[in-house]
Design a protein around this ligand. Sequence first.
Ligand SMILES: [Zn+2]
Ligand SMILES: [Zn+2]
Length: 369
Amino acid sequence: VVQCARCGAEVPSGSFCGNCGEHLAEPFRGSRFDSFAATPREHTAHLAVVSTLFPRLPERHAAVFREALGAALLATLVLGALRLYAPALLVAIVVLPALCVVYLYEVDAYESQPLRVIAATLVAGAALGFAYTFVLGRLVSPSLAGTRQGAFVTAVAVPVGAQILMLAGPLLLTRLREFDSVLDGLTFGVTSALGYTLSAVLTAYWHVLTGPLQGPATFTPESIANIVRVGILAALVNASTTGAISAAIWSRVRATSSGRHASAWRGTAATAAAGALAQVALGLVSYYVSSLTLVVAVWAVAAVALLLWLRILLHHALLDEGVAHAVGPPSICVRCHRVVPAMRFCPSCGAARAAAPKRAHEPMQSVPS
Ligand SMILES: [Zn+2]
Ligand SMILES: [Zn+2]
């Protein structure tokens, strides 16, 4: 047993403090930015779709998810190059929501409430995405780029409205006591956003999906890039902003902050403002910029920036989460597979226990004494 210089707790000796998650050897290097709290082998500022949006996933499964995502991207580009517009679009819009459903099941994200959670996130998101896009299509679309609605409606009101709708379902779940981690908030936000985006794009592009199998002869590489934007980049942007805001709301509602890594810049108000600002900025770019290549490039840069921003928020939220210090019985760490005392962080690899699959918390994983 040693004393952690950072939090002052008496903790089992190891590479990391089991209570605050800091390096025990060099605790004042900052907030262990070199080692992401959910998957310590990765840097916090590492660009990763899977370990950021689905952080509870064990590494073996994460590798399969990455391959599926890569294969879908490749399939989209190949189908696009063959001018098979509808199949390319379908592959692009389905891959992330499909992976998300597998993730919910794999990590037991909904615990004993599968119906309630799926209804309030995926189904509610999809229903709102359809309703909003359908109604807007009737009201706004004929002169979307014209002067009647103008930049304010198209680039500000519509995206902000969509962002609020994506948060509606997760907000209904804040009252359930069993979902007490910021990662629950993240998962609900991401699932709702992916359900919303899937159905919004399906609704908006229904004429394409039900049209001729092969696109027009004027089909250019720009059109393929636009499929990637509509299908994949939009889903990444929405999942990042909604996941971040939902996670921030969770840490506020649950009040599990230890205060060690709290910052106004990562608070609920700042996170909501940043998410809304990103949506508005992308709305303005899509409205004013006429070059499709440039629009897709801006969306790609935004998706990367938002994923990194979300990851930094999650890292600090995980380090910040949990107040009570306790040393539990020996159990197997899901990240490094070593037998370690059950604490908020693995003393060996530094992984936050809150970021393990939910099944791993069950007594079955404990080592019999
Ligand atoms: Zn400590
Ligand atoms: Zn470990």
